[in-house]
Design a protein around this ligand. Structure first.
Ligand code: ZN
Length: 203
């Protein structure tokens, strides 16, 4: 990002692209241009985190979840958002690159999975239900962790890709295209950048 862009108002949550194909990947992709010199973190403020969670489906309006009031709890929440996002990126990036996952990332996800399981009980209807006291601002992280577990154990991870724009983008996505040759997070962003570069080189 060039310096003159630095002071632009934050991108509206409604304008954030959800190109990952899975909740947990969209969460990892809330860092825009992961490999750029200056990154744009979509979730910098607690309020934006909450809005994004609703937009991405990690929170439902009828969950009745609110942000904690105390500033130190909000700070703690955002630190945990960043940690889980970092660990999930490490886990999925290792999967894309065919490497074994870093131990701290495995521990990080494992912790959230146990928190998620401990926050639910089996109901008479045969479904798991969130406890009333789990309906807080940490609930989305539990849903995201469960989604990540589901994806990691799914053969669909063979379709996990990193955007071909590795000079800046670095977004991850599931390639659900028929011929499985999708290269970019989105054709109209990174795909277009590469096309223009090729055109310029060609001239
Ligand atoms: Zn991209």
């Amino acid at each position: 990002m060039s310096p003159e862009h630095r002071h632009l108002p934050p991108r509206p949550i409604a304008a954030i692209r959800l190109d990952g194909g899975r909740l947990c990947l969209d969460f990892v992709n809330t860092i825009h241009d992961r490999y750029a010199e200056e990154i744009e973190d979509y979730l910098q403020q607690p309020q934006r985190y909450m809005e994004w969670c609703i937009r991405a489906g990690a929170l439902h309006p009828d969950d009745g979840v609110r942000l904690p009031r105390a500033a130190h709890r909000r700070t703690a929440l955002m630190r945990e958002v960043e940690d889980l996002r970092h660990h999930l990126h490490e886990l999925f990036a290792a999967r894309v690159d065919g490497l074994s996952p870093p131990a701290d990332a495995v521990r990080g996800l494992d912790r959230w999975l146990h928190l998620a399981w401990a926050s639910q009980s089996l109901g008479a209807d045969g479904h798991l239900h969130w406890h009333a006291d789990a309906r807080d601002a940490w609930l989305p992280l539990k849903r995201i962790a469960l989604d990540a577990l589901d994806l990691l154990g799914d053969p669909a991870t063979s379709r996990l890709r990193r955007c071909a724009n590795t000079t800046s983008c670095g977004w991850l996505f599931l390639d659900t295209s028929k011929n499985q040759r999708r290269r970019w997070c989105a054709m109209e962003t990174c795909g277009t950048i590469e096309k223009m570069q090729r055109y310029r080189r060609g001239r």
